[in-house]
Design a protein around this ligand. Sequence first.
Ligand code: ZN
Length: 431
Amino acid sequence: MDSTTQPTSGPRRTAARLPERRSAAGPGRTIGASSSVQGERRGPAAAGPGRGVAPRSGGRPDGPPGASSTLMYESKSFATCRESTYSEVSEVNGRKGLQGFPVRLDRYSRGHDRALRMAGFAGALGTVEGRRRGQKLRQCGSHLGFRHYFTIDEIRLHEAFFCQQFKLCPLCAIRRGAKMLRRYVERMLLVVASRPRLAAHLVTFTVKDGENLSERVVQLTGALDDLHARRRMFNYAEEHPRAKRQPFTEAVRCLGSVGSVEVKRGTGSGLWHPHFHDAWLCEDLPDEEQLRHEWRELTGDSHIVNVTPFHYVRRGEPATAENLCRDFSEVFKYALKFAELDLVDNWHAAQELHGRRLIRSHGLLFGVKVPEDLTDDPLTDADLPYVEWFYRFVAGQGYVLEHFDGDLPGEVASGQSCGYGAAAIDNSYAV
Ligand SMILES: [Zn+2]
């Protein structure tokens, strides 16, 4: 499936449609909760913080980004993508609520701004594929719908169109990275609970920089395949006494792993520099020197392998979700460092990596299902009241509030207690 459209999303939302959609949500969800506070609506709050805020005009959601937007993007580059992935997962499902929302929306703005520039580049190629991909990039995240469950201060991305072009679109890459991180951390917590001796290590495999990206990636993934083939052969021989003995490999110590290919330009060489970040679950610490020796054998010319225990292991702390997220985010940061690649390189890398398996797992971490839907997981407690915000991307400004829908209890509606004021929202999300 190449793209996903959430059922109620649409690029031309109008206020008139909102009541219909709320009705469609069914009684007892929004309607029941809102009705209970209907009589308390008063003053400016009755209009809601954004209801009176007209979308700022002067920009086209699918037009070229303005200079200020471009500058904003470059100065806050995605070089900190590890932090972005970690922040995203900590905010997915609204854990940070209103407090973290401006940062979250700013991150999405920068991602979509980059996607628009890539769309312009792809469209200018004059090919059918370029136009098709460019069109999807423009639509991706052009509108975002959030629900704020104000009684528990959770904000969930409820509806949006995602292009699912993870190698071209930072917004989709952010969302999927966070989804994967959550699922693998959940699996990891289950595994560690049943096998307390397990410790996680970040193992990074590198091959030499080169001009031909495809050839470099083939060497990297081929050597990884060979390493795990050695592991399987050794384990098979151990379990079958009649089988021929096989040489030991450090990979035998790895009882489960998940890793991803990352591609960027080498800092010194300027050549393509693919590498593989792998999370290994081991009961015995892998021997880094031995692993380097093996890696050189497998690649023929590369010996750079780094083994680093996860932060929580080094500190002797328990494997909590928070602890695991910090290090796992290194694995699930984006395959391409968008800010470090110009549009030409980005397009080329996406073409070269198309169809390749960049995420690999085995053993205790094999078979984790990551949903294709990139919106937040639905809230299981369906009775909580919420308000809805609809944002539209405006070039040069970022996401601006287009509609506000819902009723607020008095103290929230005052706009004082938790930043609901129209000015607060308007100022926070302008970029
Ligand atoms: Zn996208």
